[in-house]
Design a protein around this ligand. Sequence first.
Ligand code: GDP
Ligand code: MG
Length: 489
Amino acid sequence: MAFNFSNLLEDAWLSARALKDYGENLFNPTIRLGVTGLSRAGKTVFITALVHGLCRGGRFPIFESMSTGRIATARLAPQPDDAVPRFAYENFLATLIEQRQWPSSTVDISELRLVIDYQRKNGSEQTLTLDIVDYPGEWLLDLPLLTKTYERWAAESLALSRQDPRARVAREWHAHLATLDPKGRENEQETLKAARLFTAYLRACRDEQFAMSLLPPGRFLMPGNLAGSPALTFAPLDVPADGTAPDGSLWAMMRRRFEAYKDAVVRPFFRDHFARLDRQIVLADALSAFNAGPEALQDLEAALTGILECFRVGRSTLLSSVFRPRIDRILFAATKADHLHHSSHDRLEAILRKLVEQAMQRAEYAGAKVDVVAMAAVRATREAQVQRGRDRLPSIVGTPIAGEIAEGEVFDGETEVATFPGDLPTNLQGLFRGEDTFRGLAAGSHQEADFRFLRFRPPRLVSHDPEGPALPHIRLDRALQFLIGDRLQ
Ligand SMILES: Nc1nc2c(ncn2[C@@H]2O[C@H](COP(=O)(O)OP(=O)(O)O)[C@@H](O)[C@H]2O)c(=O)[nH]1
Ligand SMILES: [Mg+2]
């Protein structure tokens, strides 16, 4: 990043804010917990379950401060940042519990403040404020753009889009690209069309069938409140990496907007939100990636590497000292483990651990403390043994969402079924190379190898407790213990 006066002013302003945050923290201990992950990874469900569990008192044996009764109350409080949307906790909870439906998708940053009154181990009363910040993981993957020129980004994006399986869904965009003359006059309509086709390509890559993870620029799929603005209306052109764009050309226009994207979108996010986080959980739908095959898994690993780059401390080339997060703990979590029998939970965790370790090596990562967990924030299934011929098979039981199909049967959203989740393979390298496939999550059918696993409705809850039912989960308490347990001693 070039040194200039406006950077200097920004640095001074940021230092002042950091000092203010620090001062407030002295009198009123606060943790800013970032919750991120790619779209559909499970952020909304995770935060809803976590807040419900803290406020209502969940079954959290491993979350020590709660299981030993030291937490007196946890309650919601007005959030600190006026310009950030509030996480719509009450709506999400009602959807989950009363309608037994998953909350609808969110595309923007949001925030929620929780105040926890607890007793310290030495007996004194204390308060911890927990600010939870939900933001799309796609935005983190934009960090490397800050040091890239338009030309380099375009060349890299094009090269990636020419590899399978991406190439298959890039055809329409590539066909349009071939009609464009980068040195011709700038043209808003062609630019709009290029941006639209490029976005459609990114969206198709993310599709369940491919489950690709590495899709910058992040706002193209997760525009937040910027949808349709010029800073989001550009696309790669086939231009030389070291060329210069003629004035007034299509190329110059794309380049200008790419720069606007970096200045108006990427930098403010890292400065105003990312740099202020203390703890971070990164959710990943690893099961979908396994299901989609080796390319998706390699892509997920590349995305994890990209995310870890953001958390590296002292890397002045990418993050100036004030952009740097002060994060000291990062948890990588494989979500939706309730699609597996518990005998596979440890294996899922082991696979994620290997993926993260590979990513840590690749990012030459040294920084915050890192851990991994396989979990389900809301457990939609229970376990049973089912007789099949002479075998008793470990199976999971749940209510498939209306419209889900398995073995020719269309589910009505009310009927429960038992399914046999496949065993997770133990050999990660095999998975990566596509030798060891994992397509076993389909409902007992091994012929229809390609289809994704069944989606279940949230669980039916019955409780006579006046506070209402607790939500069942898998290892949510372990996640909490790692993320905030040490601050509740
Ligand atoms: N079975 C199960 N499904 C989950 C869980 N968490 C998320 N999901 C599924 O994943 C989808 C996306 O979750 P959501 O929290 O909206 O993801 P976000 O885009 O990261 O906020 C949901 O609609 C559910 O279908 C979980 O703990 N168990
Ligand atoms: Mg969400």
